[in-house]
Design a protein around this ligand. Structure first.
Ligand code: GLN
Length: 303
């Protein structure tokens, strides 16, 4: 069969389209209108963003134009860019994202940093410290556990999620980055399938849902219209899952084991009193995110 000729619309060059889309996005109050236009157009044309400028006067073919129009419409309806292009960068790794999991947030990199601070780098060649066993609860796209595993590949990693689709997605991301033998994913509702007292970990880590139910509708439409509510909804006070994890994790931690959690920007005092009431932890340390909010808490199991 002969190749079909591509009919190009000379009207719509890359540069003209970028200008038009930027002002269209601006008029619809879309964040970062220029870079959004660039990301979507480079996605349609399968080019790097920088290459758009090397071909700025290239006209688009009709097929490309109509694909791009669809993406513009999706963004105007507030679908997050990460879901439209299916990828989000986290800890310098490109991760596949779908509506089955939360889009990894920059502030969650603080949770990764806190974990790394407790897992010293293995520099010496002779004395090898015993590998630690690390469990992530509610892994979603796998962002947190894969970021930690990428930095400290010698430990043993487990990660679970209640959603089968999320576990599948995390598994794909793990494979994509070559961690399929380092991290084991499984489907679980928090600690449910773990046999208390049998399996213990040196570190348990989680970014659980922590938004109070009534606040969800007040988040940006990008979040409440598209991201999975089950990954955000922390029940009436936002603390339901945090409370459950804090009150249970110590039963699954080894001596000297640590629990690390991401928390909401205004939850420090509430979380501190849950930890105090539980009474099974010591060395409680809160750390701030890049915006200055107390975002991560880490604690050690009491001896
Ligand atoms: N930080 C997320 C947000 O603001 C919430 C994530 C969570 O509930 N764990 O939407």
């Amino acid at each position: 069969m002969q190749n079909q000729p591509k009919f190009r619309d000379p009207e719509w060059t890359i540069i003209k389209l970028l200008k038009w889309t930027t002002s269209f996005f601006k008029s619809h109050d879309i964040d970062s209108p220029r870079s959004t236009a660039e990301i979507l157009l480079s996605h349609v044309l399968k080019l790097k963003r920088i290459d758009l400028y090397l071909r700025y006067d290239q006209p688009l073919c009709l097929n490309e134009l109509s694909k791009f129009k669809v993406l513009i419409k999706r963004r105007i309806e507030r679908e997050p860019v990460a879901y439209i292009v299916g990828v989000k960068e986290f800890w310098s790794m490109d991760l596949a994202v779908t509506k089955d999991a939360l889009i990894p947030r920059p502030e969650t990199e603080c949770l990764v940093e806190a974990a790394l601070s407790l897992l010293p780098e293995d520099k010496s060649s002779d004395v090898k410290p015993a590998p630690k066993s690390i469990l992530e609860l509610g892994t979603g796209s796998g962002a947190v556990i894969l970021a930690i595993a990428s930095m400290r590949p010698k430990h043993i990693y487990f990660a679970s999620d209640r959603s089968v689709e999320a576990v599948r997605l995390a598994g794909q991301n793990s494979k994509r980055h070559g961690f399929d033998t380092t991290v084991s994913f499984f489907c679980a509702d928090w600690f449910m399938p773990l046999n208390c007292g049998r399996k213990r970990f040196d570190m348990i880590i989680s970014n659980p849902p922590y938004v109070p139910t009534r606040d969800i509708g007040r988040l940006q439409p990008e979040i409440y219209k598209y991201e999975p509510v089950s990954a955000l909804d922390g029940d009436r006070d936002g603390l339901f899952c945090l409370r459950h994890i804090i009150n249970t994790a110590h039963l699954y931690l080894n001596r000297n084991g640590s629990l690390l959690l991401e928390i909401g920007h205004d939850q420090k005092n509430d979380v501190r009193s849950i930890i105090d009431q539980c009474g099974n932890y010591e060395n409680v340390v809160f750390t701030k995110d890049y915006s200055g909010y107390d975002r991560v808490v880490r604690m050690k199991k009491k001896k």
